[in-house]
Structures are given as structure tokens and as C-alpha cells.
Design a protein around this ligand. Structure first.
Ligand SMILES: *Cc1c(COP(=O)(O)O)cnc(C)c1O
Length: 451
């Protein structure tokens, strides 16, 4: 399969970015075992079976399968089962009062209580840390939970200032605009790539955090993360990127300057349209602040859901690679189709966001939007004539999904509101799954004939 035609893949030496893996080796039983075997006659056997060489440069494909599990056991999972066990216990017991005191004094590790952490969830967090090259990750009960916990933890009420963009996930935008502002937090909205306004706002000197999506939904706009991080850091502001539409396979915001990356793990990370979750990755210091807040919010995920995501992640590299290719090929085809007016996809050379995407992504993901040369009802006929995709509002999973934004998200809303959000009646958002390209192509082309 040909690679996505961007230059070099964003494959970074694991060691430089993933301190989580190194830490877990240092602190776990695995490292003790590995150390022991180093001193024995045949050091290779167990060491190789339990821990990779620390300076190994591992690819995302390998990390998605092994990180957090074979590579970096967390010590509480004393098992030789290949599949990570679902530890369903809600609380963890102590052998004695002394044992409990050792835990309280930080001399012994325990998960104590399920809302504060769980061994299965910890495996998932370590896997995501490896993929995002993060020191630490917190997995939450939904993407919105991840966003809200991050904002509440990092932006002080009464004194904070959040800068965000007019196009970003609608519920996050509403939370920032309606709720944070009621907590005495200053909120400024800017156009996604209006760097001059961003500089002016930063010059006020009180910005706590810049928050946006990259790419955005549904117009797939991209922001220059490196540039934004430079500007924000210069003025002491943190940068949080919602990287859901890219997936950890295609973009690693932490490696290009962002302080925090959040995902709706409901999308590419879980990948099967069957579990809702979110995650937040960044430095130990920032994530532990957010973790403390999330303990109060009670946003813990169940170990069963965590297991499903661990399982889903094993195939993320394969899924996303297929989605990248299918979507790019379809975007190119639709761009030249007489019944299509406009295609939004940063992988297209004609996209105004292409140069930014090319500089910070290794593929552009499975979501594409396009305007059909027809009206509301013509596009409804197109959607209803499609045989493979479901009409549903999600993205990133195995099944292709399609939606007409004017119907799915803006039905009953005013023309003014639609115009403000750039939503035309003929706009279609398509999330490509992992079905065969030719089948999807033929289905879309036959449906376009039914308008
Ligand atoms: C879906 C989505 C969210 C919200 O995630 P949930 O898991 O539904 O809570 C946040 N940001 C983006 C970009 C999304 O696509």
C-alpha cells in the first residue's frame, strides 16, 4: 500500500518523548526482573521477553499493540496472559494497617479506590502516553469530560482568560462561551488562523490557555500548532489541542509544542463505534492537576470500557492508514466530479490548509466534507441513496458514516446561525470506515446519480 504522500513520517525516537515508558520500566517489577536477569548467564531471554531495549526506536504500529502491556507492565498486573485482564474491583485491599500506612506515606503503590485509578485503565493510559509521546495520560468517561476537566483544572475562576477559535467542537465552544464566562473567566474567540489577533490578545498579558481543535470539524481547517505554541509560550499561556480528528497516528501535538492534547477516544482511538471515552495527555505536572479535578468530577471510565479501547487500539495503525488512503483518494475523485462544488480535506493540494497539514501531520484522517451541486432536498436524496454508510453523527470507526450537517446538527436553527458556522444546506460530512475503497467509491458515485 503506498504511503500517504507527505514527506517524512513523524516517527520520533521513542526514548526522547516517552518518559512514561522509561518510568514504568524503572518502577515496575519488570525492571527488577530485567535487572536480575542482566546479572545471570543468559540475560537475553527474560529481558527480551519482558522489556525492549530502552533506547529502541519503536514505531506507532508496534506501540499501539504493545505499549502499556508487554512493554511497561505497571506492576499490579501480575499475569502472563497476553490479553490485559479486566480488573473489575472497585476497591483495593491492604494486607495490614502497616501496609496501609506505607501506602499513605507513598512507600507502597496501590490503586486504593476505583474513582482514583484502576490497573486496566492504567494500561490504557500508558498506551496512549506512548502514542502521544506524553509523560502522562488521564482517561476519562467521555471526550467532553476530558475537555471540561482540563479547562476547570487549568484555568482559575475569577482570574483566568481562555482564548479559543470560532470553529471548534460545538459543545466545547458552548461550554467555554456560556459556562466558563459565568465563572468569571475571560473568554476571547478568534478566527482559527488569525495570528495577528492572537498576538494582540496575548499582548494583554493575562491569557491562561489557548484551546482549539486541529483539524476542525466540519471544515477540516488546520492551525499551525508550532507557531501558536511559540506565540503562547512567549506570553506564559498554555496550549491545549483537541486532536480527535487527526488521531494519535497522524498528529502528535505534544512533540511540536502543545502542552496538552485531548481526544474524544470515542472516535479513532476506540475505533468501533461501541464505547464513549476521552483522554488527556501532557506532562506529569499538568496531568496530575487535571487528575485531581477529575476525581471530584467523578469522570472515571469503567475497566470494561478501558479493555475495549485497549483492544481497539491494537488495530488503530491499520485502521487509520486505510482511512487516510481511502479518504485522500475519494477527496481527489470528488474534487473533479461535476456534481461536487467543493471538497474540504487538508490532504488535497488545493486546500488552503494543506501546507500546515503537511508540516505537522503524516496523514489527514478519514473525515471529509463536501458541498454537492444541489439543494437541501437533492442532498437528502443523495444521502438516502447511499447503501454502505450509516446516517449517524460520529467518526473514526470501522463503519462509514454520513451526515448532512444542516439536518443532523442544524435542523430548526436559523439561516443566520447556519451561515455563521459556514453550514450550507448542501454540505455533507462523510467519515470513512475501513470498507474497501472501490465499494465506497461505487456507492458514492451511484448515489450522486440519484440527486
Ligand atoms: C466527539 C468530539 C468531542 C466530544 O467527545 P465525546 O466523546 O462525544 O464526549 C470533542 N471534540 C471533538 C473534536 C469531537 O469530535
Amino acid at each position: 500500500m503506498p504511503r500517504f504522500p507527505f514527506d517524512a513520517p513523524l516517527l520520533l525516537p521513542y526514548r526522547s518523548y516517552c518518559t512514561g515508558f522509561v518510568c514504568s520500566l524503572k518502577s515496575s517489577k519488570v525492571s527488577a526482573k530485567a535487572k536480575q536477569t542482566e546479572q545471570q548467564d543468559d540475560p537475553g531471554v527474560i529481558a527480551a521477553a519482558t522489556a525492549p531495549k530502552r533506547d529502541a526506536t519503536l514505531s506507532d504500529e508496534t506501540l499501539a499493540v504493545h505499549a502499556g502491556e508487554k512493554m511497561g507492565k505497571n506492576g499490579a498486573m501480575d499475569t502472563d496472559s497476553i490479553a490485559t485482564p479486566i480488573v473489575s474491583g472497585t476497591t483495593h485491599w491492604f494486607k495490614s494497617s502497616h501496609d496501609l500506612i506505607a501506602f499513605k506515606e507513598g512507600r507502597r503503590h496501590s490503586f486504593e479506590y476505583g474513582r482514583y485509578g484502576n490497573p486496566t485503565v492504567k494500561v490504557l493510559e500508558d498506551k496512549i502516553s506512548a502514542l502521544e509521546r506524553a509523560e502522562s495520560t488521564l482517561v476519562t468517561s467521555s471526550g467532553m469530560n476530558a475537555i471540561v476537566a482540563t479547562l476547570l483544572a487549568l484555568v482559575p475562576p475569577g482570574a483566568g482568560h481562555v482564548v479559543t477559535t470560532t470553529e471548534c467542537y460545538s459543545e466545547a465552544r458552548a461550554f467555554i462561551g456560556d459556562k466558563l464566562s459565568k465563572m468569571g473567566i475571560k473568554v476571547t474567540f478568534i478566527e482559527l488562523n488569525d495570528m495577528e489577533t492572537l498576538k494582540d490578545v496575548l499582548d494583554q498579558g493575562d491569557v491562561t490557555l489557548f484551546y482549539t481543535d486541529c483539524p476542525t470539524n466540519p471544515h477540516l481547517k488546520c492551525i499551525d500548532i508550532k507557531l501558536v505554541a511559540e506565540l503562547c509560550h512567549h506570553k506564559g499561556a498554555l496550549v491545549c489541542i483537541d486532536s480527535t480528528l487527526a488521531s494519535p497516528m497522524n498528529q502528535k501535538p505534544l512533540t511540536i509544542g502543545a502542552d496538552i492534547v485531548v481526544h474524544s477516544a470515542t472516535k479513532y482511538i476506540a475505533g468501533h463505534h461501541d464505547v464513549i471515552a476521552g483522554c488527556i495527555s501532557g506532562s506529569d505536572a499538568l496531568i496530575s492537576r487535571i487528575r485531581a479535578w477529575n476525581h471530584d468530577l467523578g469522570g472515571a471510565i469503567s475497566p470494561d470500557a478501558a479493555y475495549m479501547i485497549i483492544r481497539g487500539l491494537k488495530t488503530m495503525a491499520l485502521r487509520v492508514e486505510t482511512q487516510n488512503h481511502t479518504t485522500l483518494r475519494m477527496a481527489r475523485l470528488l474534487e473533479n466530479h461535476p456534481k461536487i462544488e467543493r471538497v474540504y480535506y487538508p490532504g488535497l493540494i488545493s486546500s488552503p490548509w494543506h501546507h500546515i497539514a503537511k508540516s505537522q501531520m503524516t496523514g489527514c484522517g478519514g473525515v471529509i466534507s463536501f458541498e454537492v451541486a444541489s439543494d437541501l432536498h437533492g442532498v437528502m436524496r443523495f444521502i438516502d441513496a447511499l447503501e454502505i454508510p450509516f446516517i449517524a453523527t460520529l467518526l473514526g470507526g470501522c463503519e462509514s458514516l454520513v451526515q448532512q450537517s444542516a439536518v443532523m446538527s442544524f435542523w430548526g436553527k436559523s439561516d443566520e446561525e447556519k451561515a455563521k458556522n459556514g453550514i450550507k444546506d448542501n454540505l455533507v460530512r462523510f467519515s470513512f470506515g475501513i470498507e474497501k475503497f472501490e465499494d465506497l467509491r461505487d456507492d458514492i458515485l451511484q448515489a450522486l446519480e440519484k440527486i
